[in-house]
Design a protein around this ligand. Structure first.
Ligand SMILES: [Zn+2]
Ligand SMILES: [Zn+2]
Length: 362
């Protein structure tokens, strides 16, 4: 396993690396026509476009979004109604918040959302009809939970240059499933991505259940989000907040040539009664923790990788939390050399850095 020191990566490449020999490069040059719709010129420039001069300690903020509508819950006996119903609201609100602050994110989208329609059987899929049962029962008349092509189009058309990645085809748990099913999921995603002219360079594992990484590599994935080395939820607040544990992560290239960009923090990992006891924004421990991660990235040379689902934005309090965090990212980007990058940009830079270090490129 080769660890890529971020400090070394800076200056080797401005985030615009050429295609790496031997690997498919679906992200370069930037795709301007996706889903058959011409993307308008960005009104806001992502942070990774900036000129970087010398090798200095500089870090990045990466934000990834698990965009799934009903698919994040379809296999659960009792899906949480509030979050299921918040999927579309949260998706639109997040897009607005990212645009307000001019911040790009990696949107990992469930492939099924790109379908126009389906009968709920998926006969060719090796997971079998039972896996798709909810489409034929409770959600038979809920197409808005099963399809979301117009929401994906909204990401592509957005003035902010977001990345569209993959969150599998039907939210299969890769750590538990067979190789055959993993292959079928990736193959279907590739077909849909090609038809929609989407890159799908980056992959986010459903429920962060990492598995079949070689299958990802076979299907042209460049980057995935690995498990967080920091504790989640209330433990994150206690350990991260009180013991001063770093929230930064380092990207590294695994044995399959994939770049792992591990998660730092789940933005809604601290919920329930403890959360409700601190409705005031300045008391929100997650805002404090996320700000600290951003500050560490601005001062150091690692990545602060925040992630969430659109359906975590259930109400105005959730919106305010994200607004406060994103405002802090934008402020630090303006004040310092901090970059705000997509997973794909980090992956391409890590591979270019590795190849430079190995002497395989000029
Ligand atoms: Zn279906
Ligand atoms: Zn998910």
């Amino acid at each position: 396993m080769l660890w890529i020191g971020f400090r070394r990566a800076i200056g080797a490449d401005g985030g615009r690396s050429p295609a790496v020999a031997g690997r498919p490069d679906h992200g370069s040059p930037p795709v301007r026509r996706k889903l058959g719709i011409t993307k308008p010129q960005p009104r806001v420039s992502p942070g990774d476009d900036r000129e970087r001069t010398s090798v200095v300690a500089v870090g990045s903020v990466v934000i990834s979004v698990d965009a799934e509508l009903g698919w994040g819950f379809h296999d659960l006996p009792g899906p949480p109604t509030g979050r299921v119903e918040a999927g579309r609201r949260g998706w639109r609100r997040l897009l607005e918040l990212f645009e307000d602050h001019g911040l790009p994110a990696t949107w990992a989208v469930v492939g099924h959302l790109l379908l126009e329609e389906c009968d709920g059987h998926h006969r060719g899929h090796p997971a079998g009809p039972g896996w798709f049962a909810r489409e034929r029962t409770d959600w038979r008349d809920r197409p808005e939970l099963r399809f979301g092509r117009e929401l994906v189009t909204a990401i592509v058309e957005d003035p902010v240059d977001h990345e569209v990645g993959s969150h599998s085809f039907s939210h299969v748990l890769f750590g538990e499933t067979s190789r055959e099913i993993a292959r079928a999921e990736l193959r279907r995603c590739r077909e849909l991505a090609a038809a929609a002219e989407l890159p799908f360079d980056s992959f986010v594992y459903p429920r962060n259940d990492v598995g079949h990484r070689d299958v990802l590599a076979e299907h042209g994935i460049v980057t995935y989000r690995g498990k967080t080395p920091t504790p989640e939820g209330i433990r994150a607040v206690i350990e991260g907040g009180l013991r001063g544990r770093s929230l930064l992560v380092d990207p590294h290239v695994d044995e399959y040539g994939l770049v792992n960009v591990p998660a730092s923090l789940f933005a809604f990992g601290f919920e329930g009664t403890a959360r409700r006891a601190t409705e005031r924004l300045w008391d929100d421990p997650m805002v404090r923790l996320a700000r600290r991660g951003v500050d560490e990235a601005a001062a150091g040379d690692g990545i602060f990788h925040l992630w969430l689902h659109p359906n975590n934005l259930v109400d105005a309090a959730d919106d305010r939390r994200m607004d406060a965090i994103l405002a802090h990212v934008a402020r630090r980007r303006a004040e310092t050399e901090l970059r705000v990058e997509t997973m794909g940009a980090v992956g391409r830079r890590a591979l270019a850095s590795r190849d430079t270090a190995a002497g395989t490129t000029a």
